[in-house]
Ligand binder design. Sequence first.
Ligand SMILES: [Zn+2]
Length: 122
Amino acid sequence: MSDYSFEQLVRQLFEATKQVDIALDELKSAAASIEEKYEPRTEFNRWRKSHEGKLWKQQQYKIQKGLCAICRQPIEFKGSHIDHKQPLSKYPQLALEPKNLRITCPDCNVSKGSKYTNYNLG
Ligand SMILES: [Zn+2]
């Protein structure tokens, strides 16, 4: 093997490594967008803004007779929150499980603090 072909080999190897790096970067960015798409909070926020989510909240509000699920005080629909009974951080698989969702007033939502995960429907 002459010096010239060795140099060529090194250059080819360098080029191949660069291609692998580019492919790896593309894979990483694809993985990040998949992760974001299936991140439970993102998924839940998308759902609650959807027609289905809004319909669920209207029905649930009627089921609860316009009362907070925790303190049982009357709440205004517009200012009510959707609460996860089992916190989203611990049970991401229940993010969109209707049985895990209930409507609460902002006070109960806030006082639950970091113990539970809550979302303001706005
Ligand atoms: Zn309440």
